[in-house]
Design a protein. Structure first.
Length: 133
């Protein structure tokens, strides 16, 4: 299972730890497929959100689904993650883990905006299973 991590560094969370966490989540979801995780700033995320979702603002995570052998690409905005971490009173490292899990679920086809709570319930179960509560 190949996990690629690119972009900005995350305080108190090494690339190896990021890849290990993503691998753990994928295995809990019974997926033996790789994923790419990129960390970007507000400007880059706003551009991506504008181009792919037609929303002219930043967002915390965007996901580009893959296939059976490659789960997809997850793009995380470090600036937005930092703001959310401060709001929730936890570390940036914790917020990034939340966003990785959230992005992986989207890459597998889950959509919390349309599924009647299925994705949110699964996200809670996986958080607990990987020790993220």
């Amino acid at each position: 299972m190949n996990i690629e991590v690119t972009g900005a560094a995350i305080a108190r969370l090494t690339r190896r730890e990021i890849a290990s966490f993503a691998r753990k989540v994928l295995l809990k979801l019974h997926r033996d497929a790789g994923v790419s995780i990129a960390f970007v700033d507000d400007e880059t995320m706003t551009d991506l959100n504008r181009r792919f979702r037609h929303r002219n603002r930043t967002t915390d995570v965007l996901t580009f689904p893959g296939d059976e052998t490659y789960s997809g690409e997850i793009v995380i905005c470090v600036d937005q993650a930092r703001r959310q971490a401060a709001e929730e009173k936890h570390s940036l490292a914790t917020e990034v883990r939340y966003l990785i899990l959230h992005g992986i679920l989207h890459s597998l086809g889950y959509d919390h905006e349309t599924d009647g709570g299925e994705m949110n319930a699964l996200e809670e179960r996986v958080r607990e299973a990987v020790g993220l509560d």
